[in-house]
Design a protein. Structure first.
Length: 512
């Protein structure tokens, strides 16, 4: 008996030793892979001039890679895994999760009309509005266009901002019948946020905090920019002519459920674990396995699911979502079958960046971090890297050259003005028809397009958001160029009037 007992102890020690050796071997192998991933990230950051970035990689129910890169703000403060970033439209999976939680507690029916929970909800067509269901909001097949989001983007941060956004939809015409086709629109998820408030009796922020952030130990996640700033939030940047410029923009509560939650890489790793492990994180569950499976099921290829998009990578169906505000970008990718996922966030973006990576469900789904997240996932799985897209550096170079050429043309035109006007003064303008033609050409070249630019800049919400907020270098260049051209036109008109008077006087003298 003693010999058997001794043999068992020896066998256990041997197995423990083999297990330790195997674990060490895996760690060593992982380190090699992570070095390649680290090099990929640092190279991309350097080429794209990304100030700060945070990354999390999750395998099964473990966080296997968690790191911050670069600076969180102009002071040089380092990004850490706990540094909060604005996650943009990755807020939508959180809102969808909240709706699914309320559905599982029988407080919401996905196929019930929205008006069952918000009786006052309406688009311009009341009949059509009555047919829109909760599920159609989740899958963005309600027919609500994106335009209302752009109108409400600059609204003040007030307690009633979400409800005000939804009530504004009474002025909006649907793009088509409910349920017919997919159209990406933030307003769908703002309406869902209002439903969450109405059904739960809690502000959207408080519901998400209690039912998602707290259970998942997301201690550095916020639904308020002021609160996040007090707790080390990174400062956002916008690329100006390819270089990052720090800017702290107003918080947009009117679009909070669709795009303004704030989280850290460490916290998003917890969220990833719950998504890839049937709703479980450690010993808590935020949704049933069936509920999670339904969120990850898409009605047809390349469609929008219940808060998620999907893309085919190396023959795999990868669930993903991108996010971008005017000064932050983020991306999340995971393989639900292999249970491997990646989250990435950066504190810089611009409108041009939406074309830098291969797109997803929308042609605008292409921020720099999208290609990075997709590539890191492939590197972890030892698979070929996907297409990287043109990259923000190349796009910025093309953009800068275009602006330089147009600026040079404008400067050349101004420099040549005195010589051209001198020749005209010497020749004169003998015929009245020529004078009218010259007035018309000056007006067309110097007043028409500048007035269009001024109108767009100050009156059109979509232009204010897409250009002035997301691509301010182009927006302000256009305003300055339009102003210079307008003033040049005025000077040309005054000069032409002066020359025409002299020509008219000379003509009268010669006739006399």
């Amino acid at each position: 008996m003693k010999m058997r007992k001794g043999f068992r102890i020896l066998l256990c020690l041997l197995l423990a030793g083999l297990s330790t050796f195997s674990a060490n071997a895996q760690v060593e192998g992982s380190r090699t892979d992570f070095k390649a991933i680290d090099q990929y990230i640092t190279t991309k950051m350097r080429m794209a001039h990304i100030p700060g970035l945070a990354v999390a990689i999750v395998n099964k129910d473990e966080v296997v890679y968690l790191r911050g890169y670069g600076r969180a703000d102009p002071s040089g403060r380092q990004v850490t895994p706990k540094t909060p970033f604005m996650i943009g439209s990755i807020s939508k999976p959180f809102t969808a999760l909240a709706v699914m939680q309320l559905a599982e507690s029988a407080k919401i029916s996905l196929d019930a009309p929205v008006q069952q929970y918000l009786p006052w909800f309406s688009l311009k067509d009341p009949t059509q509005s009555a047919k829109i269901t909760v599920r159609q909001l989740l899958t963005m097949t309600s027919g609500i266009p994106q335009q209302p989001t752009l109108v409400t983007w600059t609204w003040p941060d007030t307690d009633l901002a979400i409800e005000r956004h939804v009530r504004y939809l009474v002025n909006v015409k649907a793009d088509g019948p409910a349920g017919r086709s997919f159209q990406y629109s933030n307003s769908n998820y703002v309406v869902l946020g209002a439903i969450i408030q109405a059904v739960s009796g809690l502000p959207y922020e408080e519901y998400v905090r209690r039912n998602i952030f707290v259970p998942l130990d997301m201690e550095h996640s916020y639904a308020s920019q002021d609160e996040a700033m007090k707790n080390g939030m990174a400062m956002g940047h916008r690329w100006w002519f390819g270089f990052p410029v720090a800017v702290r923009l107003p918080f947009n509560r009117s679009n909070l459920p669709a795009g303004f939650l704030i989280s850290s890489a460490e916290d998003m790793a917890h969220f990833l674990i719950s998504q890839m492990n049937e709703g479980h994180y450690r010993n808590v569950s935020v949704l049933s396995p069936d509920g999670i499976a339904r969120m990850h099921t898409f009605p047809f290829p390349n469609a929008y699911g219940l808060g998620w998009e999907s893309v085919q990578v190396n023959g795999r169906t990868i669930i993903n979502h991108d996010g971008g505000t005017a000064n932050f970008q983020a991306s999340i990718f995971f393989d639900a079958k292999e249970r491997v996922g990646v989250f990435i966030a950066a504190n810089v973006v611009n409108a041009l960046d939406t074309f830098s990576s291969p797109s997803g469900a929308s042609p605008l789904d292409g921020p720099t971090v999208r290609a990075m997240a997709e590539s890191i996932l492939c590197m972890f799985l030892n698979e070929p890297l996907p297409q990287q897209g043109p990259g923000i550096r190349r796009l910025s170079t093309i953009f800068d050259l275009a602006i330089a050429v147009m600026s040079l043309m404008l400067i050349t035109s101004i420099v040549r003005m005195p010589a051209r006007q001198k020749r005209l003064r010497e020749r004169g303008i003998p015929q009245e028809s020529n004078i009218i033609l010259r007035y018309g050409s000056i007006a067309a070249l110097h007043f028409l397009w500048p007035l269009v630019i001024f109108y767009l800049t100050f009156e059109v919400p979509s232009y204010k958001v897409n250009i002035m907020m997301y691509q301010p270098d182009l927006g302000y260049w256009l305003v300055i160029a339009a102003g210079i051209v307008f003033l040049k036109g005025l000077q040309e008109m005054i000069f032409l009037r002066r020359v025409s008077r002299i020509s008219h006087s000379d003509t009268m003298t010669s006739h006399g």
